[in-house]
Write a protein that binds this ligand. Structure first.
Ligand code: SF4
Ligand code: SF4
Length: 268
């Protein structure tokens, strides 16, 4: 039976009001609103790899320690890949652990979802050879008084204002993996590839060790200057991780294999 467009949406976005990229909505969020920080509790914040990287660096800890201390990996039927979620505090209201007296203590590194709120975004299911256009939704939570303010935005201007657009090249690489046409028809990755996905996307410090402390560079051709960049530049390493994942998960020719490397050693 053909699925409806509604059924294809993530559960949290069904029944929300859709807005086009240039449709106006009223919203303002400042420390003066009576509900200030009320939204920073008991919420599901899906983290992107860039969120994990920037939060870990802003806290001065490794991505491995960040994932261990601050995230959960829930298994849901909506997600075919293990996407990390921010762990809330264990106080009765389940406040975000980054919430301080004056608001968000990691504001410059706040996650993509926190920047986008009150907007949600979904991508329609991937179709081979087509770039899906994002669909925007408005969260109109009762407790949020931001919607009663007079300032107006569109999804396009809100994204720009919240610094979402400057992150886009790195966020897009992740979205292209999780919404890859390979998954059409409900195909599932095996546990070994799921672990590759988790390491390369989220645990960048472990991925760096994998690149430099294993036989990786004997198996793949990586230009000398690029190798030196990958040692020190986190965001270049994340871009490279996406390239490698497209090779390892979907067999795309995104990284050249050195001559003479047997097939069995290429993606391990
Ligand atoms: S509830 Fe709405 S207006 Fe209040 S702080 Fe959160 S986002 Fe801002
Ligand atoms: S990361 Fe910051 S903005 Fe996001 S929920 Fe936590 S305190 Fe609020």
């Amino acid at each position: 039976m053909k699925r409806s467009q509604q059924e294809d949406l993530p559960y949290a976005l069904r029944d929300r009001r859709k807005v086009g990229p240039n449709d106006e909505f009223r919203f303002a969020c400042t420390p003066d609103v009576p509900c200030f920080t009320r939204c920073c509790a008991d919420i599901n914040i899906l983290l992107t790899p860039l969120d994990v990287l920037r939060l870990a660096r802003s806290l001065g800890i490794s991505t491995t320690d960040f994932l261990e201390e601050y995230t959960l990996i829930p298994i849901t039927k909506d997600l075919h890949l293990p996407v990390a979620v921010l762990k809330m505090g264990d106080d009765p209201e389940k406040h975000c652990r980054f919430l301080g007296d004056q608001g968000c203590t990691v504001y410059d590194a706040r996650p993509w979802s926190c920047r986008m709120y009150p907007l949600g975004m979904a991508l329609p299911p991937a179709r081979a050879g087509q770039e899906p256009e994002p669909i925007y939704f408005l969260f109109e939570d009762q407790f949020c008084e931001g919607h009663q303010q007079s300032q107006t935005w569109t999804p396009t201007s809100w994204r720009q204002n919240q610094g979402v657009n400057e992150r886009e090249p790195l966020e897009e690489g992740f979205r292209k993996i999780v919404s890859h046409p390979w998954f059409i028809g409900g195909r599932q990755l095996d546990p070994r590839r799921i672990e590759m996905f988790h390491m390369a996307c989220y645990d960048l410090d472990r991925f760096r060790k994998f690149v430099f402390d294993s036989s990786f560079l004997e198996r793949f051709e990586v230009e000398k200057e690029r190798v030196e960049q990958l040692r020190v530049d986190d965001e270049a390493l994340l871009r490279f991780a996406y390239r490698w994942l497209r090779f390892a998960l979907f067999s795309e020719p995104t990284i050249p294999v050195r001559k003479g490397v047997p097939r069995a050693r290429r993606d391990s």
